[in-house]
Design a protein around this ligand. Structure first.
Ligand SMILES: *[C@@H]1O[C@H](CO)[C@@H](O)[C@H](O)[C@H]1NC(C)=O
Ligand SMILES: *[C@@H]1O[C@H](CO)[C@@H](O)[C@H](O)[C@H]1NC(C)=O
Ligand SMILES: *[C@@H]1O[C@H](CO)[C@@H](O)[C@H](O)[C@H]1NC(C)=O
Ligand SMILES: *[C@@H]1O[C@H](CO)[C@@H](O)[C@H](O)[C@H]1NC(C)=O
Ligand SMILES: *[C@@H]1O[C@H](CO)[C@@H](O)[C@H](O)[C@H]1NC(C)=O
Ligand SMILES: *[C@@H]1O[C@H](CO)[C@@H](O)[C@H](O)[C@H]1NC(C)=O
Ligand SMILES: *[C@@H]1O[C@H](CO)[C@@H](O)[C@H](O)[C@H]1NC(C)=O
Ligand SMILES: *[C@@H]1O[C@H](CO)[C@@H](O)[C@H](O)[C@H]1NC(C)=O
Length: 389
């Protein structure tokens, strides 16, 4: 009796599922019509015939690999109308030179942990999805020896469904990112990058026209000769003893593609980075903003700084060392700096090896201690008084 009922239910389920032709993949259900879902995972000449070529939005887990017997031309034809992709993409061990067959794609949303993965493609020189704008996907490049550029000039909107979109690049010795790409990536709050050896491409004349603001390459920074009409600086900013009278030249700088070091000056306050919004520096072993040996320095504010970007998650990016003692003893000074940076990150700023909380704790320990000492000495005097007189 029971088994009969079960059979009935099963038959009913089979019937309805055929009626609606719902995809077997949960992630696709709310995103694509069944007609626009490509279910074979592997892309080859046979499966590509099933690709929903007419659809603007397609759900697919795409695998293109060494057994994918498809020419670039066939891929271009199949994907020519696709603007939106949901699912994943893995391009592995192919001889493709670029991924321009997806150059119409503007939006790519990834399922769970599957990134856009490009691995061991020995001929790949660029991705070249030039209309790609928005994604939740991580991008992983692994063993791409010939890759020189991402060529993703419009990719700037990152959002997160699962984990923050992470760019990780491994064994791609020729690859670098353009200033335009780094600017787009860094301005996103959720984007992260794994360390890789040489993130910035060399400055080129084409970088000059990419921004409304004047961008200047600076190889050996000298504040005295710095052109104060430069709003974006490509290179490291070093402020040293003797530069104090020129610091206002930096008041209109908005982006620094490099690091800031303020070393051995007589400055008492750092308040001249009035318009600084981003410091994009990617060496985890060096602090992005390093303020050292300025013995008169008692305060620092960065009213517009939105982000100091390093790779991954090294939050020790704004570091003070051996400046005025007040910086490392007065928690209010530290919290002021943190507030002016609009961050809640505990390791920002990091002053003489301490966080603001550490400094607050030390001073809350010291104060009662000092009070105890003072009252203690009075008591001692009082007692001694009795003895002596
Ligand atoms: C999906 O395909 C069916 C039959 O093949 C058709 O009737 C329907 O209009 C198609 N839907 C879309 C959105 O293309
Ligand atoms: C890639 O090219 C090499 C050398 O021409 C060839 O041996 C190999 O089979 C090709 N691989 C694919 C996946 O087409
Ligand atoms: C960048 O410039 C340096 C020196 O100016 C040069 O040695 C290097 O090859 C250049 N890199 C690229 C990728 O052009
Ligand atoms: C910064 O910009 C303002 C407004 O354009 C201008 O008046 C000022 O001179 C600039 N400062 C420097 C140091 O160039
Ligand atoms: C700071 O300047 C001193 C010399 O005055 C130098 O030895 C030191 O390396 C500099 N530190 C940094 C981080 O640039
Ligand atoms: C700190 O800065 C002062 C003033 O510029 C300089 O004389 C001194 O050598 C610096 N100390 C160190 C350790 O770099
Ligand atoms: C400060 O941060 C908050 C939350 O991250 C953000 O909404 C706000 O716009 C920021 N304010 C400034 C002035 O950057
Ligand atoms: C401050 O010190 C107290 C007691 O020594 C400790 O329990 C607390 O975790 C400390 N707080 C911070 C933020 O370090």
């Amino acid at each position: 009796m029971h088994s009969l009922l079960l059979l009935l239910i099963l038959l009913l389920m089979k019937h309805t599922s055929q009626e609606n032709k719902v995809s077997e993949f949960e992630f696709f259900k709310s995103r694509c019509d069944y007609n626009c879902t490509f279910e074979p995972y592997h892309v080859d000449t046979e499966t590509l015939k099933l690709f929903p070529t007419k659809c603007r939005e397609v759900c697919a887990y795409l695998l293109i690999d060494q057994t994918s017997d498809v020419a670039e031309k066939q891929l271009v034809t199949a994907f020519k109308n696709v603007k939106v992709l949901y699912g994943s993409l893995k391009v592995s061990k192919t001889n493709l030179t670029n991924i321009k067959f997806l150059s119409g794609v503007e939006f790519f949303e990834c399922d769970t942990d599957s990134p856009l993965l490009f691995e061991a493609n020995s001929e790949l020189t660029e991705i070249g999805m030039t209309n790609f704008k928005s994604t939740s996907c991580a991008i992983t490049l692994n063993n791409i020896q010939k890759m020189e550029r991402l060529n993703l000039p419009n990719l700037k909107n990152f959002y997160t469904l699962f984990n923050p979109p992470l760019l990780s690049i491994d064994i791609a010795n020729k690859l670098c990112l353009t200033i335009e790409e780094i600017t787009n990536f860094v301005s996103s709050d959720v984007w992260e990058m794994h360390p890789f050896h040489n993130p910035y491409c060399n400055f080129s004349s084409s970088d000059l026209s990419k921004f409304d603001e004047k961008i200047c390459e600076v190889q050996h920074f000298s504040l005295k000769s710095f052109d104060s009409s430069c709003k974006r600086i490509f290179g490291n900013v070093m402020i040293q003893s003797g530069d104090e009278e020129h610091v206002r030249k930096l008041e209109n700088v908005t982006w620094i593609y490099g690091r800031i070091v303020i070393n051995g000056t007589s400055l008492s306050v750092i308040d001249f980075f009035e318009h600084l919004e981003y410091v994009a520096y990617f060496k985890d072993d060096e602090y992005s903003i390093y303020i050292i040996n300025n013995t008169g320095l008692t305060s620092a504010v960065y009213p517009n700084l939105r982000l100091v970007r390093t790779t991954n998650k090294n939050p020790r990016v704004i570091v003070f060392r051996d400046n005025n003692a007040q910086l490392s003893s007065d928690p209010a000074v530290c919290f002021n700096i943190r507030n002016s940076l609009n961050t809640t990150e505990k390791l920002i700023p990091y002053i003489d090896g301490r966080t603001c909380e550490d400094i607050a704790n030390v001073s809350s320990v010291i104060e009662p201690f000092v009070w105890l000492m003072v009252t203690g000495s009075f008591l001692a005097l009082f007692v001694l008084n009795d003895y002596i007189f």
